[in-house]
Design a protein around this ligand. Structure first.
Ligand code: KIV
Ligand code: ZN
Length: 522
Protein backbone atom coordinates (compact mmCIF):
# COMPACT_ATOMS: atom_id res chain seq x y z
CA UNK A 1 0.00 0.00 0.00
CA UNK A 2 1.40 3.44 -0.89
CA UNK A 3 1.89 5.92 1.84
CA UNK A 4 -0.21 8.81 0.53
CA UNK A 5 1.41 11.33 2.88
CA UNK A 6 4.75 10.79 1.14
CA UNK A 7 3.57 11.53 -2.40
CA UNK A 8 4.66 14.77 -4.07
CA UNK A 9 1.32 15.55 -5.62
CA UNK A 10 -0.91 17.91 -3.62
CA UNK A 11 -4.57 17.86 -4.62
CA UNK A 12 -6.36 21.18 -4.92
CA UNK A 13 -9.93 21.11 -3.64
CA UNK A 14 -11.77 24.29 -4.51
CA UNK A 15 -14.77 25.27 -2.41
CA UNK A 16 -15.52 28.71 -3.89
CA UNK A 17 -18.99 27.51 -4.86
CA UNK A 18 -19.78 26.12 -1.40
CA UNK A 19 -17.74 27.66 1.43
CA UNK A 20 -16.97 30.77 -0.65
CA UNK A 21 -20.57 31.30 -1.61
CA UNK A 22 -21.44 31.26 2.10
CA UNK A 23 -19.91 34.76 2.45
CA UNK A 24 -22.82 37.02 3.32
CA UNK A 25 -23.85 38.71 0.08
CA UNK A 26 -21.77 36.50 -2.24
CA UNK A 27 -24.70 34.54 -3.64
CA UNK A 28 -24.16 33.55 -7.28
CA UNK A 29 -26.77 32.74 -9.89
CA UNK A 30 -27.11 29.26 -11.42
CA UNK A 31 -25.45 30.39 -14.67
CA UNK A 32 -22.60 32.05 -12.77
CA UNK A 33 -21.94 28.88 -10.75
CA UNK A 34 -21.77 26.81 -13.94
CA UNK A 35 -19.39 29.28 -15.50
CA UNK A 36 -17.06 29.32 -12.46
CA UNK A 37 -17.15 25.50 -12.26
CA UNK A 38 -16.20 25.35 -15.96
CA UNK A 39 -13.20 27.62 -15.34
CA UNK A 40 -12.09 25.57 -12.29
CA UNK A 41 -12.35 22.35 -14.29
CA UNK A 42 -10.38 23.88 -17.15
CA UNK A 43 -7.59 25.20 -14.92
CA UNK A 44 -6.90 21.75 -13.46
CA UNK A 45 -8.51 21.91 -10.02
CA UNK A 46 -8.67 18.30 -8.77
CA UNK A 47 -11.90 18.50 -6.78
CA UNK A 48 -14.68 21.07 -7.04
CA UNK A 49 -17.04 21.34 -4.08
CA UNK A 50 -20.02 22.52 -6.07
CA UNK A 51 -22.52 23.19 -3.27
CA UNK A 52 -24.68 21.84 -0.48
CA UNK A 53 -27.46 19.93 -2.29
CA UNK A 54 -29.91 19.62 0.64
CA UNK A 55 -29.75 23.37 1.29
CA UNK A 56 -32.12 24.47 -1.48
CA UNK A 57 -33.55 23.44 -4.83
CA UNK A 58 -31.16 25.97 -6.40
CA UNK A 59 -28.11 24.37 -4.81
CA UNK A 60 -29.27 20.90 -5.81
CA UNK A 61 -29.81 22.01 -9.43
CA UNK A 62 -26.40 23.71 -9.57
CA UNK A 63 -24.52 20.71 -8.17
CA UNK A 64 -26.34 18.30 -10.53
CA UNK A 65 -25.65 20.44 -13.57
CA UNK A 66 -22.00 20.98 -12.66
CA UNK A 67 -21.68 17.20 -12.14
CA UNK A 68 -23.06 16.59 -15.64
CA UNK A 69 -20.77 19.14 -17.28
CA UNK A 70 -17.44 18.55 -15.54
CA UNK A 71 -14.80 17.05 -17.79
CA UNK A 72 -11.91 16.30 -15.47
CA UNK A 73 -12.49 17.41 -11.90
CA UNK A 74 -14.04 15.28 -9.19
CA UNK A 75 -17.40 16.87 -8.29
CA UNK A 76 -18.20 16.94 -4.62
CA UNK A 77 -21.28 17.96 -2.65
CA UNK A 78 -21.58 18.69 1.07
CA UNK A 79 -23.87 16.80 3.44
CA UNK A 80 -24.45 17.00 7.21
CA UNK A 81 -24.30 13.78 9.23
CA UNK A 82 -27.86 12.84 8.31
CA UNK A 83 -29.08 10.13 5.94
CA UNK A 84 -31.40 12.61 4.17
CA UNK A 85 -28.53 14.97 3.44
CA UNK A 86 -26.26 12.19 2.23
CA UNK A 87 -28.89 10.65 -0.05
CA UNK A 88 -29.74 14.05 -1.52
CA UNK A 89 -26.06 14.82 -2.05
CA UNK A 90 -25.60 11.55 -3.92
CA UNK A 91 -28.63 12.31 -6.14
CA UNK A 92 -26.86 15.50 -7.23
CA UNK A 93 -23.25 14.33 -7.61
CA UNK A 94 -23.97 10.90 -9.09
CA UNK A 95 -24.11 12.42 -12.60
CA UNK A 96 -20.40 13.23 -12.45
CA UNK A 97 -17.76 11.09 -14.12
CA UNK A 98 -15.99 11.22 -10.75
CA UNK A 99 -18.41 11.96 -7.88
CA UNK A 100 -17.57 12.53 -4.20
CA UNK A 101 -19.75 12.85 -1.10
CA UNK A 102 -18.36 15.10 1.65
CA UNK A 103 -20.05 14.60 5.00
CA UNK A 104 -19.18 16.34 8.26
CA UNK A 105 -20.10 16.82 11.89
CA UNK A 106 -18.78 19.24 14.54
CA UNK A 107 -16.61 17.23 16.95
CA UNK A 108 -15.30 19.86 19.40
CA UNK A 109 -16.97 20.16 22.82
CA UNK A 110 -18.79 23.32 21.70
CA UNK A 111 -20.16 21.61 18.60
CA UNK A 112 -21.03 18.33 20.33
CA UNK A 113 -23.21 20.27 22.74
CA UNK A 114 -25.47 21.60 20.01
CA UNK A 115 -27.08 18.33 18.86
CA UNK A 116 -26.59 17.17 22.46
CA UNK A 117 -24.68 14.02 21.55
CA UNK A 118 -22.16 12.56 23.96
CA UNK A 119 -18.84 11.24 22.64
CA UNK A 120 -20.12 7.68 22.13
CA UNK A 121 -23.34 8.76 20.46
CA UNK A 122 -21.41 11.01 18.10
CA UNK A 123 -18.97 8.20 17.30
CA UNK A 124 -21.95 5.97 16.38
CA UNK A 125 -23.40 8.72 14.22
CA UNK A 126 -20.09 9.07 12.37
CA UNK A 127 -19.89 5.34 11.75
CA UNK A 128 -23.47 5.17 10.42
CA UNK A 129 -23.29 8.23 8.18
CA UNK A 130 -19.88 7.56 6.65
CA UNK A 131 -20.96 3.95 5.97
CA UNK A 132 -24.15 5.23 4.34
CA UNK A 133 -22.14 7.55 2.09
CA UNK A 134 -19.65 4.82 1.22
CA UNK A 135 -22.45 2.45 0.21
CA UNK A 136 -23.54 5.04 -2.33
CA UNK A 137 -20.19 6.33 -3.59
CA UNK A 138 -16.65 4.97 -3.53
CA UNK A 139 -15.17 8.42 -3.01
CA UNK A 140 -16.11 9.75 0.44
CA UNK A 141 -14.65 12.66 2.35
CA UNK A 142 -15.32 13.12 6.05
CA UNK A 143 -14.66 16.24 8.14
CA UNK A 144 -14.64 16.68 11.91
CA UNK A 145 -15.75 20.31 11.93
CA UNK A 146 -13.79 22.48 14.40
CA UNK A 147 -11.08 19.80 14.47
CA UNK A 148 -8.49 22.25 15.77
CA UNK A 149 -10.54 22.70 18.97
CA UNK A 150 -11.36 18.99 19.37
CA UNK A 151 -9.63 16.95 22.10
CA UNK A 152 -6.66 15.10 20.50
CA UNK A 153 -7.69 11.64 21.76
CA UNK A 154 -11.26 12.05 20.60
CA UNK A 155 -10.09 13.36 17.22
CA UNK A 156 -7.92 10.26 16.73
CA UNK A 157 -10.82 8.04 17.76
CA UNK A 158 -13.35 9.55 15.34
CA UNK A 159 -10.89 9.75 12.45
CA UNK A 160 -10.21 6.02 12.90
CA UNK A 161 -13.95 5.29 12.89
CA UNK A 162 -14.45 7.31 9.70
CA UNK A 163 -11.56 5.51 7.96
CA UNK A 164 -12.92 2.11 8.99
CA UNK A 165 -16.39 3.12 7.75
CA UNK A 166 -14.90 3.83 4.32
CA UNK A 167 -13.81 7.47 4.15
CA UNK A 168 -11.12 7.91 1.50
CA UNK A 169 -10.24 11.50 2.43
CA UNK A 170 -10.18 12.92 5.95
CA UNK A 171 -10.36 16.68 6.05
CA UNK A 172 -9.11 18.52 9.12
CA UNK A 173 -10.91 21.87 9.28
CA UNK A 174 -9.70 24.86 11.21
CA UNK A 175 -13.26 26.11 11.10
CA UNK A 176 -12.73 29.29 13.10
CA UNK A 177 -9.22 30.17 11.89
CA UNK A 178 -7.77 29.49 15.33
CA UNK A 179 -4.67 27.42 14.66
CA UNK A 180 -1.08 28.52 13.92
CA UNK A 181 1.35 26.88 11.46
CA UNK A 182 3.25 24.77 13.99
CA UNK A 183 0.06 23.40 15.54
CA UNK A 184 -1.49 22.80 12.10
CA UNK A 185 1.52 20.63 11.17
CA UNK A 186 1.61 18.84 14.56
CA UNK A 187 -2.04 17.88 14.22
CA UNK A 188 -1.54 16.16 10.87
CA UNK A 189 1.65 14.50 12.10
CA UNK A 190 -0.14 13.20 15.19
CA UNK A 191 -3.02 11.76 13.15
CA UNK A 192 -0.60 10.05 10.76
CA UNK A 193 1.30 8.52 13.67
CA UNK A 194 -1.58 7.51 15.91
CA UNK A 195 -4.50 6.51 13.68
CA UNK A 196 -4.44 2.98 12.22
CA UNK A 197 -4.94 3.09 8.45
CA UNK A 198 -4.03 6.79 8.26
CA UNK A 199 -1.35 6.26 5.61
CA UNK A 200 -3.86 4.71 3.23
CA UNK A 201 -6.12 7.74 2.99
CA UNK A 202 -5.52 11.36 2.02
CA UNK A 203 -5.48 14.00 4.74
CA UNK A 204 -6.85 17.38 3.71
CA UNK A 205 -6.39 20.75 5.34
CA UNK A 206 -9.20 23.34 5.38
CA UNK A 207 -8.22 26.63 6.96
CA UNK A 208 -10.16 29.78 7.64
CA UNK A 209 -8.35 33.09 7.78
CA UNK A 210 -9.56 34.72 10.99
CA UNK A 211 -6.00 35.38 12.19
CA UNK A 212 -4.62 35.90 8.66
CA UNK A 213 -2.75 32.56 8.75
CA UNK A 214 -4.90 30.34 6.54
CA UNK A 215 -2.34 29.97 3.76
CA UNK A 216 0.56 29.45 6.18
CA UNK A 217 -1.46 26.88 8.14
CA UNK A 218 -2.40 25.00 4.96
CA UNK A 219 1.20 24.82 3.77
CA UNK A 220 2.40 23.71 7.21
CA UNK A 221 -0.16 20.89 7.11
CA UNK A 222 1.19 19.84 3.70
CA UNK A 223 4.74 19.76 5.05
CA UNK A 224 3.48 17.39 7.75
CA UNK A 225 1.80 15.04 5.27
CA UNK A 226 -1.58 16.51 4.23
CA UNK A 227 -2.01 15.99 0.48
CA UNK A 228 -5.16 17.98 -0.24
CA UNK A 229 -5.56 21.72 0.29
CA UNK A 230 -9.07 23.14 0.49
CA UNK A 231 -9.24 26.69 -0.76
CA UNK A 232 -11.26 29.28 -2.62
CA UNK A 233 -10.54 31.76 -5.39
CA UNK A 234 -9.56 35.16 -3.89
CA UNK A 235 -9.87 33.51 -0.46
CA UNK A 236 -13.63 34.09 -0.64
CA UNK A 237 -15.48 32.78 2.41
CA UNK A 238 -17.28 33.56 5.62
CA UNK A 239 -15.75 36.14 7.97
CA UNK A 240 -12.09 36.62 6.92
CA UNK A 241 -12.47 33.90 4.28
CA UNK A 242 -10.57 30.73 3.41
CA UNK A 243 -7.12 29.80 2.19
CA UNK A 244 -6.73 31.45 -1.23
CA UNK A 245 -6.14 29.01 -4.09
CA UNK A 246 -3.82 31.41 -5.88
CA UNK A 247 -1.64 31.82 -2.79
CA UNK A 248 -1.02 28.13 -2.11
CA UNK A 249 -0.53 27.29 -5.78
CA UNK A 250 1.98 30.10 -6.34
CA UNK A 251 3.75 29.56 -3.00
CA UNK A 252 4.41 25.91 -3.91
CA UNK A 253 5.53 26.94 -7.38
CA UNK A 254 7.81 29.82 -6.39
CA UNK A 255 9.30 27.99 -3.36
CA UNK A 256 9.51 24.56 -4.95
CA UNK A 257 13.08 24.43 -3.64
CA UNK A 258 11.82 23.97 -0.09
CA UNK A 259 8.27 22.74 -0.81
CA UNK A 260 8.85 20.14 -3.52
CA UNK A 261 5.18 19.46 -4.28
CA UNK A 262 3.26 19.55 -7.54
CA UNK A 263 -0.30 20.63 -8.20
CA UNK A 264 -2.27 20.10 -11.41
CA UNK A 265 -3.35 23.75 -11.58
CA UNK A 266 -2.45 25.87 -14.62
CA UNK A 267 -1.38 29.05 -12.84
CA UNK A 268 -1.75 31.18 -15.98
CA UNK A 269 -5.53 30.90 -15.57
CA UNK A 270 -5.48 32.49 -12.12
CA UNK A 271 -6.06 36.17 -13.01
CA UNK A 272 -8.95 35.34 -15.27
CA UNK A 273 -10.87 33.31 -12.72
CA UNK A 274 -10.03 35.75 -9.94
CA UNK A 275 -11.66 38.57 -11.91
CA UNK A 276 -14.71 36.49 -12.73
CA UNK A 277 -15.21 35.45 -9.11
CA UNK A 278 -14.81 39.08 -7.98
CA UNK A 279 -17.43 40.13 -10.50
CA UNK A 280 -20.04 37.45 -9.93
CA UNK A 281 -19.67 37.30 -6.14
CA UNK A 282 -19.69 41.06 -5.76
CA UNK A 283 -16.57 40.84 -3.58
CA UNK A 284 -13.90 43.07 -5.11
CA UNK A 285 -10.30 42.00 -4.53
CA UNK A 286 -8.40 44.26 -2.14
CA UNK A 287 -5.69 46.22 -4.00
CA UNK A 288 -2.77 44.75 -2.05
CA UNK A 289 -3.99 41.15 -2.01
CA UNK A 290 -1.19 38.68 -2.75
CA UNK A 291 -1.02 37.45 -6.38
CA UNK A 292 -4.36 38.85 -7.63
CA UNK A 293 -4.54 42.35 -6.13
CA UNK A 294 -4.31 45.29 -8.53
CA UNK A 295 -1.02 46.35 -6.91
CA UNK A 296 0.52 42.87 -6.62
CA UNK A 297 2.78 43.59 -9.60
CA UNK A 298 2.79 47.41 -9.47
CA UNK A 299 6.01 49.22 -8.61
CA UNK A 300 5.66 52.70 -7.25
CA UNK A 301 8.93 53.78 -5.67
CA UNK A 302 11.75 55.14 -7.83
CA UNK A 303 14.26 52.55 -6.55
CA UNK A 304 11.90 49.68 -7.33
CA UNK A 305 11.07 51.04 -10.79
CA UNK A 306 14.73 51.51 -11.58
CA UNK A 307 15.56 47.98 -10.42
CA UNK A 308 12.67 46.55 -12.42
CA UNK A 309 13.89 48.19 -15.61
CA UNK A 310 17.36 46.70 -15.14
CA UNK A 311 16.29 43.25 -14.04
CA UNK A 312 12.69 42.32 -13.15
CA UNK A 313 13.90 39.70 -10.71
CA UNK A 314 15.19 42.44 -8.39
CA UNK A 315 11.70 43.06 -7.05
CA UNK A 316 9.52 40.30 -8.50
CA UNK A 317 9.54 36.71 -7.28
CA UNK A 318 7.22 35.62 -10.07
CA UNK A 319 6.41 37.02 -13.45
CA UNK A 320 3.00 38.62 -14.09
CA UNK A 321 2.55 36.20 -17.01
CA UNK A 322 2.89 33.24 -14.59
CA UNK A 323 -0.54 34.15 -13.23
CA UNK A 324 -1.97 35.18 -16.59
CA UNK A 325 -1.53 38.91 -16.23
CA UNK A 326 -0.72 40.81 -19.39
CA UNK A 327 0.53 44.39 -19.18
CA UNK A 328 -2.10 47.04 -18.69
CA UNK A 329 -2.27 49.03 -21.91
CA UNK A 330 -4.49 51.45 -23.70
CA UNK A 331 -6.85 49.10 -25.44
CA UNK A 332 -9.83 50.74 -26.93
CA UNK A 333 -11.23 54.05 -28.01
CA UNK A 334 -14.49 55.47 -29.24
CA UNK A 335 -13.98 54.07 -32.74
CA UNK A 336 -13.57 50.48 -31.60
CA UNK A 337 -16.29 48.17 -32.79
CA UNK A 338 -18.35 45.44 -31.18
CA UNK A 339 -16.14 42.59 -32.43
CA UNK A 340 -13.01 44.25 -31.03
CA UNK A 341 -14.76 44.77 -27.70
CA UNK A 342 -15.85 41.13 -27.59
CA UNK A 343 -12.35 39.92 -28.38
CA UNK A 344 -10.73 42.23 -25.80
CA UNK A 345 -13.23 41.13 -23.13
CA UNK A 346 -12.49 37.51 -23.99
CA UNK A 347 -8.78 38.20 -23.42
CA UNK A 348 -9.73 39.56 -20.01
CA UNK A 349 -11.72 36.41 -19.25
CA UNK A 350 -15.28 37.57 -19.94
CA UNK A 351 -17.34 35.35 -22.24
CA UNK A 352 -20.45 37.29 -23.27
CA UNK A 353 -23.69 36.23 -24.88
CA UNK A 354 -25.06 38.48 -27.65
CA UNK A 355 -27.54 40.32 -25.41
CA UNK A 356 -24.98 40.98 -22.74
CA UNK A 357 -22.50 42.22 -25.35
CA UNK A 358 -25.16 44.61 -26.69
CA UNK A 359 -25.64 46.11 -23.24
CA UNK A 360 -21.92 46.34 -22.49
CA UNK A 361 -21.23 47.89 -25.90
CA UNK A 362 -23.73 50.70 -25.24
CA UNK A 363 -22.08 51.41 -21.90
CA UNK A 364 -18.62 51.14 -23.48
CA UNK A 365 -19.57 53.77 -26.09
CA UNK A 366 -20.94 56.07 -23.39
CA UNK A 367 -17.67 55.68 -21.51
CA UNK A 368 -15.58 56.24 -24.64
CA UNK A 369 -17.44 59.52 -25.23
CA UNK A 370 -16.44 60.71 -21.77
CA UNK A 371 -12.99 59.20 -21.44
CA UNK A 372 -10.36 59.30 -24.18
CA UNK A 373 -8.17 56.39 -23.08
CA UNK A 374 -9.83 53.16 -22.06
CA UNK A 375 -7.64 50.72 -20.15
CA UNK A 376 -8.14 47.05 -19.28
CA UNK A 377 -9.13 48.11 -15.77
CA UNK A 378 -11.85 50.38 -17.18
CA UNK A 379 -13.34 47.44 -19.07
CA UNK A 380 -13.15 45.20 -16.00
CA UNK A 381 -14.94 47.89 -13.99
CA UNK A 382 -17.58 48.17 -16.70
CA UNK A 383 -18.22 44.45 -16.41
CA UNK A 384 -18.78 44.75 -12.65
CA UNK A 385 -22.08 46.57 -13.08
CA UNK A 386 -25.44 44.81 -13.18
CA UNK A 387 -25.03 41.49 -14.93
CA UNK A 388 -28.69 41.10 -15.84
CA UNK A 389 -29.99 44.51 -16.98
CA UNK A 390 -32.95 43.09 -18.86
CA UNK A 391 -34.38 41.41 -15.79
CA UNK A 392 -33.68 44.23 -13.33
CA UNK A 393 -36.90 45.57 -11.83
CA UNK A 394 -35.30 48.88 -10.93
CA UNK A 395 -33.55 51.01 -13.53
CA UNK A 396 -31.98 54.45 -13.34
CA UNK A 397 -33.34 56.77 -16.03
CA UNK A 398 -31.72 60.04 -15.06
CA UNK A 399 -30.12 61.77 -12.12
CA UNK A 400 -29.39 65.45 -11.74
CA UNK A 401 -27.66 66.62 -8.60
CA UNK A 402 -27.07 70.15 -7.36
CA UNK A 403 -24.10 70.31 -5.02
CA UNK A 404 -21.48 72.72 -3.80
CA UNK A 405 -20.60 74.79 -0.76
CA UNK A 406 -24.18 75.93 -0.14
CA UNK A 407 -26.29 73.02 1.11
CA UNK A 408 -28.54 71.22 1.27
CA UNK A 409 -27.61 69.25 -1.84
CA UNK A 410 -30.51 68.19 -4.02
CA UNK A 411 -31.12 65.18 -6.30
CA UNK A 412 -33.74 65.02 -9.07
CA UNK A 413 -34.20 61.35 -9.87
CA UNK A 414 -36.14 59.48 -12.53
CA UNK A 415 -36.34 55.69 -12.23
CA UNK A 416 -38.16 52.94 -14.07
CA UNK A 417 -39.75 50.66 -11.49
CA UNK A 418 -41.36 47.49 -12.82
CA UNK A 419 -41.71 49.21 -16.19
CA UNK A 420 -43.25 52.42 -14.81
CA UNK A 421 -41.49 55.77 -14.76
CA UNK A 422 -41.35 57.48 -11.37
CA UNK A 423 -39.83 60.80 -10.33
CA UNK A 424 -38.76 62.47 -7.10
CA UNK A 425 -36.66 65.32 -5.74
CA UNK A 426 -34.91 64.89 -2.39
CA UNK A 427 -32.21 66.67 -0.44
CA UNK A 428 -29.38 65.28 1.67
CA UNK A 429 -26.10 65.88 3.38
CA UNK A 430 -23.96 65.83 0.24
CA UNK A 431 -24.74 64.67 -3.30
CA UNK A 432 -24.49 60.93 -2.55
CA UNK A 433 -26.77 61.19 0.47
CA UNK A 434 -29.30 63.23 -1.55
CA UNK A 435 -29.24 60.60 -4.34
CA UNK A 436 -29.64 57.70 -1.92
CA UNK A 437 -32.52 59.52 -0.21
CA UNK A 438 -34.18 59.95 -3.59
CA UNK A 439 -33.81 56.24 -4.40
CA UNK A 440 -35.20 55.34 -0.99
CA UNK A 441 -38.17 57.65 -1.55
CA UNK A 442 -39.06 55.77 -4.75
CA UNK A 443 -38.13 52.31 -3.44
CA UNK A 444 -39.02 52.32 0.28
CA UNK A 445 -37.13 49.62 2.22
CA UNK A 446 -35.63 48.93 5.63
CA UNK A 447 -32.28 47.69 4.40
CA UNK A 448 -29.34 49.15 6.30
CA UNK A 449 -26.34 50.40 4.35
CA UNK A 450 -23.40 48.53 5.89
CA UNK A 451 -20.66 49.60 3.52
CA UNK A 452 -20.09 52.32 0.94
CA UNK A 453 -16.71 52.30 -0.82
CA UNK A 454 -15.31 54.32 -3.71
CA UNK A 455 -12.12 53.61 -5.69
CA UNK A 456 -10.60 55.29 -8.73
CA UNK A 457 -10.08 52.66 -11.45
CA UNK A 458 -7.18 54.37 -13.17
CA UNK A 459 -5.26 57.61 -12.76
CA UNK A 460 -6.37 61.11 -13.80
CA UNK A 461 -9.37 63.26 -12.96
CA UNK A 462 -11.41 61.64 -15.73
CA UNK A 463 -10.90 58.19 -14.15
CA UNK A 464 -13.91 56.02 -13.55
CA UNK A 465 -14.98 55.53 -9.95
CA UNK A 466 -15.99 52.05 -8.89
CA UNK A 467 -18.46 52.05 -6.07
CA UNK A 468 -19.36 49.05 -3.88
CA UNK A 469 -22.24 49.02 -1.43
CA UNK A 470 -23.36 46.32 0.97
CA UNK A 471 -26.82 46.30 2.51
CA UNK A 472 -28.58 44.16 5.08
CA UNK A 473 -32.29 43.50 5.51
CA UNK A 474 -33.66 40.90 7.96
CA UNK A 475 -30.34 39.04 7.97
CA UNK A 476 -30.12 39.01 4.17
CA UNK A 477 -26.98 40.68 2.88
CA UNK A 478 -26.59 41.91 -0.67
CA UNK A 479 -23.87 43.81 -2.46
CA UNK A 480 -23.95 46.11 -5.47
CA UNK A 481 -21.25 47.56 -7.69
CA UNK A 482 -21.02 50.09 -10.44
CA UNK A 483 -18.51 52.19 -12.29
CA UNK A 484 -18.84 55.59 -13.90
CA UNK A 485 -16.73 58.66 -14.52
CA UNK A 486 -19.32 60.47 -12.39
CA UNK A 487 -18.87 59.28 -8.82
CA UNK A 488 -22.40 60.22 -7.80
CA UNK A 489 -23.95 58.34 -10.73
CA UNK A 490 -21.74 55.31 -9.95
CA UNK A 491 -22.96 55.48 -6.35
CA UNK A 492 -26.63 55.62 -7.34
CA UNK A 493 -26.15 52.72 -9.80
CA UNK A 494 -24.38 50.59 -7.17
CA UNK A 495 -27.20 51.26 -4.72
CA UNK A 496 -29.82 50.31 -7.32
CA UNK A 497 -27.81 47.19 -8.22
CA UNK A 498 -27.90 46.07 -4.58
CA UNK A 499 -31.63 46.80 -4.35
CA UNK A 500 -32.32 44.71 -7.47
CA UNK A 501 -30.47 41.82 -5.82
CA UNK A 502 -32.42 42.37 -2.62
CA UNK A 503 -35.71 42.10 -4.51
CA UNK A 504 -34.58 38.77 -5.99
CA UNK A 505 -33.53 37.54 -2.53
CA UNK A 506 -36.87 38.61 -1.03
CA UNK A 507 -38.72 36.65 -3.71
CA UNK A 508 -36.87 33.44 -3.00
CA UNK A 509 -36.68 34.02 0.77
CA UNK A 510 -38.68 30.85 1.44
CA UNK A 511 -35.95 28.63 0.08
CA UNK A 512 -32.95 30.59 1.34
CA UNK A 513 -30.28 28.06 2.20
CA UNK A 514 -28.80 30.04 5.06
CA UNK A 515 -31.92 29.19 7.02
CA UNK A 516 -30.56 25.63 7.18
CA UNK A 517 -28.16 25.32 10.04
CA UNK A 518 -24.96 23.32 9.85
CA UNK A 519 -25.40 22.58 13.50
CA UNK A 520 -28.82 21.02 13.02
CA UNK A 521 -27.54 17.46 12.96
CA UNK A 522 -29.77 15.61 15.39
O1 KIV B 1 -14.96 25.24 7.95
C1 KIV B 1 -15.49 24.12 8.06
O2 KIV B 1 -15.39 23.43 9.08
C2 KIV B 1 -16.27 23.65 6.93
C3 KIV B 1 -16.79 22.26 7.02
C4 KIV B 1 -18.17 22.14 6.53
C5 KIV B 1 -15.84 21.33 6.35
O3 KIV B 1 -16.42 24.33 5.95
ZN1 ZN C 1 -15.06 26.08 5.97
Amino acid sequence: MTNKAKQDRVLIFDTTLRDGEQSPGATMTHAEKLEIAGLLDEMGVDIIEAGFPIASEGDFAAVSEIAKQAQNSVICGLARAQFGDIDRCWEAVKHAKRPRIHTFIGTSPLHRAIPNLDMDQMADRIHETVSRARNLCDNVQWSPMDATRTEADYLCRVVEIAIKAGATTINIPDTVGYTVPRESADLIRMLLQRVPGADEIIFATHCHNDLGMATANSLAAVEAGARQIECTINGLGERAGNTALEEVVMAMKVRNDIMPYQTGVDSTKIMNISRRVATVSGFPVQFNKAIVGKNAFAHESGIHQDGMLKNAETFEIMRPEDVGLSETNIVMGKHSGRAALRSKLEDLGFELGDNQLKDVFVRFKELADRKKEIYDDDLIALMRTSSDPENDRLKLQSLKVVCGTEGPQQADLVMEIDGEEQTTTQTGDGPVDASFNAIKALVPHNARLQLYQVHAVTEGTDAQATVSVRMEEDGRIVTGQSANTDTVVASALAYIHALNRLLVRREKAGSDKREISYKDVS
